[in-house]
Design a protein around this ligand. Structure first.
Ligand SMILES: NC(=O)C1=CN([C@@H]2O[C@H](COP(=O)(O)OP(=O)(O)OC[C@H]3O[C@@H](n4cnc5c(N)ncnc54)[C@H](O)[C@@H]3O)[C@@H](O)[C@H]2O)C=CC1
Ligand SMILES: O=C([O-])CC(=O)C(=O)O
Length: 374
């Protein structure tokens, strides 16, 4: 046998061993009787969203009341002491579902064995800034952290949980869509469908504005859409939104009966809500952002209720004429851990122009992000 044949045989045997190992691990996870704990990474965990988010996860608000969780908390060295304080409080809260907490400033340790990654770490904007103004600081974080997450899969360090066969990622830190795109580009082992960005906060804000206007319960309002970027160019669209009433399901436009308000003030209120919170609190949204992150992951993993869609920033496949290659917010339904874009909605001229404008901004942000990385 010459050296080449030997090398070939070694490669084949290693390939078979690796495949068998993955199959055994996957089958093993199905045989486990107790619900398998899910490991959730929260980056920027010492910050204000992190502080609101981790107890929600530990209490079962994200993955349901029967799903144990292990939390991996990542922050940077200057926040190490505060991060340890968060860990101490999680222990003190004695959450029955919380099976372990790793608090670390080491990105590789934080990413190891992770099933769900919620990327909050970064710098928030201040009063008077646009979200893209924090671009240069934040995109470089996501390029670096993409490598650690890439290795989680490529280096075979991911546990295989029954709930999720492969790591899923939610990008919260701003500019969220573009950070998610950068993470996708620099973590090629993560399938593009597994990387999303948060526009659920905007979606929930739109539901909240309609519920206030009509004086109905927010859970009776459904199927608003946030198209595009998590920025002031986003397009909150109510053309397909409905309200459940005693007299059956009605369209929001019919009930509001004020197209001028819906096409002007409603849209700008949702677009500018983040800035309004910063003005009022001198800090950006935290409890509503954390709650929206829980909603996003819960619906993605456990499924959207029948007849309901939600908004998620996902990798565009060209649906609705949105350029492919952007992370753009679409209406999606989710089932068994997979999202799909709701198809066939009628788009009028007004909507088309707004959807195109926010896509344009994302194209510009993408170019700006790359220029920051070079
Ligand atoms: N997509 C959305 O709907 C929303 C996004 N945001 C964004 O979320 C991000 C976090 O917001 P807050 O929690 O209010 O900010 P914060 O400043 O309170 O916390 C951010 C944390 O990230 C940490 N951090 C910085 N660099 C890091 C790195 N390389 N690795 C890990 N951690 C790192 C900081 O030390 C800090 O503890 C901001 O970018 C903010 O603009 C905020 C609200 C809504
Ligand atoms: O506005 C900000 O900078 C924080 C944020 O993304 C939001 O509240 O939607």
């Amino acid at each position: 046998m010459d050296k080449l044949e030997l090398a070939e045989q070694i490669a084949v045997v290693s390939g078979c061993l690796y495949l068998s190992w993955r199959i055994i691990k996957y089958v093993w996870s199905f045989l486990e009787v107790e619900e398998d704990p899910v490991t959730v990474l929260v980056t920027g965990a010492a910050g204000q969203i992190g502080y609101a988010l981790v107890p929600m996860i530990a209490r079962g608000e994200m993955l349901g009341p029967n799903r144990p969780v292990i939390l991996h908390l990542l922050d940077i060295e200057p926040a190490a002491e505060a991060l340890n304080g968060v860990k101490m409080e999680l222990i003190d809260a004695a959450f029955p579902l919380l099976k372990g907490v790793v608090a670390t400033t080491n990105v590789v340790e934080a990413c190891t064995d992770v099933d769900i990654a919620i990327m909050v770490g970064g710098f928030p904007r201040k009063d008077g800034m646009e979200r893209k103004d924090v671009m240069s600081k934040n995109v470089s974080i996501y390029k670096a952290q993409a490598s650690a997450l890439h290795y989680t899969i490529d280096g075979f360090s991911q546990r295989f949980s029954l709930l999720l066969p492969l790591l899923i990622v939610l990008l919260v830190a701003n500019p969220a869509n573009t950070n998610a795109l950068i993470l996708k580009e620099f973590a090629p082992s993560i399938p593009e469908d597994n990387i999303t960005s948060l526009t659920r906060l905007d979606h929930n804000r739109a539901l909240g504005q309609i519920s206030e206007k009509l004086n109905v319960h927010v859970s009776d309002v459904k199927n608003v859409i946030i198209w595009g970027n998590h920025s002031s160019t986003q397009y909150p669209d109510v053309n397909h939104a409905t309200v459940s009433t005693d007299k059956g399901t009605k369209y929001v436009r019919e009930l509001v009966n004020n197209d001028h308000w819906l096409n002007t003030e409603f849209i700008t209120t949702v677009q500018q809500r983040g800035a309004a919170i910063i003005k009022a609190r001198k800090l950006s949204s935290a409890l509503s952002a954390a709650s929206a992150a829980c909603d996003h992951i819960r619906d993605w993993v456990l499924g959207t209720p029948k007849g309901t869609w939600v908004s998620m920033g996902v990798y565009s496949d060209g649906s609705y004429g949105v350029p492919p290659g952007l992370i753009y917010s679409f209406p999606v339904t989710c089932e068994k851990g997979e999202w799909s874009i709701v198809q066939g909605l009628k788009i009028d001229e007004f909507s088309r122009a707004k959807m195109d404008a926010t896509a344009e901004e994302l194209i510009e942000e993408k170019a700006l992000a790359y220029s920051c990385l070079h």
